[in-house]
Design a protein around this ligand. Sequence first.
Ligand SMILES: Cc1ncc(COP(=O)(O)O)c(C=O)c1O
Length: 428
Amino acid sequence: MLEKRRNFLKKMGQISLGASVMGFSPLVIENVEAAARHIAHLTPEAAAQEEGFWYQVQKAWVQSPHFINLENGYFSPQPTEVVEGQIKNVQMVNEMPSFYMRRRQNEDHQGIKQLLADLAGCSPEEIAITRNTTEALDTVIAGLDLKKGDEAIMTNQDYGNMLAAFDQQSRRFGVKNKIIELPLHPKSDQEILDLYEQQMTKRTKVILVTHLINISGQVLPAKKLADLAHSKGIEVIIDAAHSFAQLNFKIPELGGDYLGTSLHKWLCTPVGLGMMYIKKDKIKNVWPLFGDKSHKPDDIRKFDSIGTRPCSAVLTIANAIRFHQSIGAKRKEARLRYLKNYWVNKVKDLPKVTINTPFEDARSCAIANIAVKGKTPNELAEYFYKKHRIFTVAINNVAVKGVRITPHLYTTTRDLDKFVKAIEEIGK
Ligand SMILES: Cc1ncc(COP(=O)(O)O)c(C=O)c1O
């Protein structure tokens, strides 16, 4: 596997020489790699507080100086490494347009899938590159052979697109959807397991588990939920839009049968890239959204028949993976959690402040949601932006009302100090 990967990266380098394009931006990556060697002896939690190291990482992004962006939940800005990589890939594809598409694209696509599979701890025969989580998961939801009377379980905090896809299955085929209400501050994993279990019947075919809930930042015990479902013969779809490359895990460790993620979120690839994972023996159970006659029903490549692909963006996944690895997945998770705790701990006890996110490390990471008494979510988000030039997003969900705060690796503690001051001004 490693050999294959090395050959692929070598080949990318050769294309780079041949067409004077592509390759990696050496300064950024090497600076981060060198800084990482200095802190290699530290635990991820200790490394999370090494501001000297994070200074090198922060320099990997160019961000507008006109406001502080604490809304990194929509998608991640790409580090310079990735932006430059994509420009070079666009140039390369345009220098040898259909020659590239006809002679090189497929092999490169498989090479990128191999890199993703290595990162995700699964086989390239279990993944397809999609445009985003929505495409990955809605393909699964629409492609499963669910029939009238079959039941599916989901929660009131799952992402709207997935709930809408299940709703369509209900209206179209008579699938019965059961929507449970998740607590914002669960007392234990068992509390969540019980909520799902109470809805499971002999007709339950599938559950949807959002690994990291976007509106509140809560992390669900995905593996325990998957084990519970499997013990009753129920399949498991995992929404890993926010957890992949934010939390450090390998996909099979979550125990899901189907999983979708957006690579443009925490892996920091170009926008418009996602990944669908289907456990090998489950591939045959899912109809592709677009018909395919070129592959067998148990071949993941049946999902690749989507027409012409954004191949230069796909190639740039290699740059994003290398950047991610230069930091280290464990360190990245620890730093993101540290940044969230940094501001949350300073404001959580203010009289008017409510944090709609669990405090335990295992139940949250980068994202937290804050409400301030007397302000609607929109008013609060506008206050942060208009008065303090801090950009956030108002969450007006039935289950969660507040403002979502999502720092990123380029966020400095100085930025967060400014944010804390802004909260103190109205939260006392
Ligand atoms: C939990 C969750 N699922 C799915 C999605 C959809 O992601 P995309 O818009 O990339 O398809 C999001 C987007 O924010 C999300 O937070």
